[in-house]
Design a protein around this ligand. Structure first.
Ligand code: LER
Ligand code: MN
Length: 282
């Protein structure tokens, strides 16, 4: 398994002023960096690709499309078309970055609630959009991993079982699920049992503490998580997701208001040490 660090700790729009962080991330021991793709320009992706290559770091991408711009499950056909275009553009940026996977809650636009649970029509729309998007991702050598997130952020896919229901219908080798310990802690009765049931359909993992602070210091990240992943033969990314003092825009959309560690860097540095000790990495 490889250990990655999500840049959302510092920003949701990586720019030249954040490039220096890649050197720190490398120094702390990480294998790769997860970049928010939503507002990243192709030029910026090129700049980051060069720096990542220079430092010997790999990339993964994360998307969180705002429902007012694009929404694959909307009753508005235009927003559904926008979602396909949105993902194609993210795939292009991920390709520039040489990223292996695009993760995140890509089943739906974020920030819109219907007042009820998912309907069968919404599920059909989601499956259709992923079927349309998957071949383009495959062509570019990129996997799509849809994240199950908690009920306060979406009404559509909250659990691993719901995520599996969608991707089983999509039935593409390029589409799997993305699990996150923070969301699992809120939505699953037993996170490890849910992950075992998903097995090799898990394409991406976020290691995120129940506070969104330092992994290994709370209730959501514990040794059995790593044992379970080993048991199911998971050999992809373990990416730390935490939010710091400066990643304000997405953090506000996710209702994250207070600092979660004394120093933002502790989430990365101490989190890395904890995960490395769990998986026996150096
Ligand atoms: C959202 O809560 C989340 O976990 C992220 O991976 C994507 O925004
Ligand atoms: Mn996550």
């Amino acid at each position: 398994m490889k250990i990655g660090m999500n840049m959302l700790l510092w920003t949701d729009t990586p720019g030249t002023e954040h490039l220096h962080l890649l050197e720190d991330i490398k120094g702390w021991g990480f294998d790769g960096v997860e970049l928010p793709l939503d507002d990243l320009s192709e030029d910026m992706a090129r700049l980051y690709a060069g720096e990542l290559q220079r430092l010997g770091l790999e990339a993964t991408g994360i998307v969180a499309m705002p429902a007012e711009k694009a929404d694959p499950i909307s009753s508005d056909r235009k927003l559904r078309r926008c979602a396909v275009e949105y993902m194609r553009s993210c795939i292009d940026k991920a390709h520039i970055l040489n990223a292996s996977v695009i993760a995140g809650p890509l089943y739906q636009g974020l920030g819109r609630f219907s007042g009820m649970g998912p309907t069968s029509m919404e599920k059909e729309r989601c499956v259709e959009y992923l079927r349309e998007t998957a071949p383009y991702a495959g062509e570019k050598g990129i996997l799509l991993a849809g994240e199950a997130i908690n009920r306060f952020e979406t009404y559509f896919v909250n659990t691993v079982e719901q995520a599996c229901e969608i991707i089983d219908q999509v039935d593409s080798p390029y589409v799997g699920i993305h699990v996150d310990t923070y969301h699992g802690n809120m939505e699953e009765l037993d996170v490890c049992r849910a992950w075992r049931a998903a097995g090799d359909r898990i394409f991406h993992v976020h290691i995120s503490e129940n506070t969104r602070g330092i992994p290994g210091t709370g209730n959501a990240v514990f040794p059995e998580i790593f044992e379970t992943l080993r048991e199911i033969g998971y050999d992809r990314w373990l990416t730390i997701e935490g939010f710091g003092k400066s990643s304000r825009e997405l953090a506000a959309r996710l209702h994250l208001w207070r600092p979660f560690a004394e120093r933002d860097e502790d989430i990365a540095e101490k989190g890395y040490a904890y995960i490395a000790s769990m998986i026996g990495a150096e």
